[in-house]
Design a protein around this ligand. Structure first.
Ligand SMILES: [Zn+2]
Ligand SMILES: [Zn+2]
Length: 145
């Protein structure tokens, strides 16, 4: 099975070589609010090797304060961000979950940086949440859910 997604204008399309729709997490940090222009970001973690993209993808690189390089892949036409990678976590890609064709079916069991969440956002009952970044075991759990 492949999972598909793409940008707003349709110039960029991607497939994820996965057996099922991955579980998503929401990040409520200020940076994600700025990046998304919204209340939080919704993302899925996949191996970068599982992504195949077609179209005019642009790589916006910036140096993070910790010294690693973040590569933000976006459509060169409509500038929608599709996924990003970081030299600190080689081989792992963070896909913008709203760009998935089946985003309406996503399950979001994990919320991070909730100390920065907008006050009107209510987390679902039973959601796993962290004031700041999630510990590694929470990420492992996300993969296995
Ligand atoms: Zn586009
Ligand atoms: Zn964030």
């Amino acid at each position: 099975m492949t999972i598909t997604g793409g940008c707003h204008c349709g110039a960029c399309r991607y497939t994820l070589a996965l057996g099922a729709l991955p579980k998503a997490y929401a990040c409520h940090c200020r940076t994600c609010q700025t990046w998304s222009g919204s209340a939080f970001s919704e993302q899925v973690l996949v191996m970068e090797s599982a992504i195949a993209v077609t179209g005019p993808v642009v790589d916006y690189v910036f140096q993070s304060p910790s010294g690693s390089q973040s590569h933000q892949r976006m459509c060169g036409v409509c500038h929608v961000r599709l996924y990003n990678t970081n030299t600190m976590r080689a081989g792992i890609a963070v896909v913008r979950a709203g760009s998935l064709d089946r985003s309406d079916e996503l399950d979001v069991p994990l919320h991070i940086w909730v100390k920065r969440k907008q006050p009107w956002v209510r987390l679902p009952e039973g959601a796993e949440s962290y004031e700041e970044a999630a510990p590694p075991e929470a990420i492992v759990r996300l993969f296995s859910r």
